[in-house]
Every structure is written in C-alpha cells, then in structure tokens.
Design a protein around this ligand. Sequence first.
Ligand SMILES: [Zn+2]
Length: 94
Amino acid sequence: MSVQQMCPKCGGNMVDGELSYFAERSSVQSNMPFSGIPVPEFSTTQGVNETIFWEEKTGKKTGIIFKRDETRRMGLRGFRCTLCNYVELFTKGT
Ligand SMILES: [Zn+2]
C-alpha cells in the first residue's frame, strides 16, 4: 500500500506505522516455588515488544455457562505527520 496520506491539520506528508509498546520486565523472580532445583537465571532485564490492538464488542455473547460479551480484536496502524506530529489511527480490518 502506497497511499500518500496528507495531514488534516497542516497538510504535511504523513508516514505510516504501527502501534507497539516496549515493556521492560525484570525477569528475576526470587521466590521460585522449586527451591533447590537450579533454575535458569535470567539476569538481564529483557525488553518485550508487544503490540497494542483495538478491541470492540461484537454485540454477541460467547460461552455456554459463562456468558461473556464477544469481542473482536484488530491491529492498529496509523499515520504520523512529519511536520506537526499529528497521529491518525486506523484499525487493520480482518
Ligand atoms: Zn501535520
């Protein structure tokens, strides 16, 4: 897809991208339930890159015993203006 987006605010060029966030987890857990068994140690903090998605209710119910609202998830993509940094978000339809 090479659709050239134009910024609705200032008319500048917009570049597309995807939403993700970088979660830093300290993975060292001192209270392992299996004490005595050598546990492979992750001493470094590992960054986990996770994607944010859009979630909405479909209006239907799922589940036989426990009724829950059925949701659907869609990825998000967006455009960012290179001049004013305005960001416009779209869902990636499935
Ligand atoms: Zn702009």
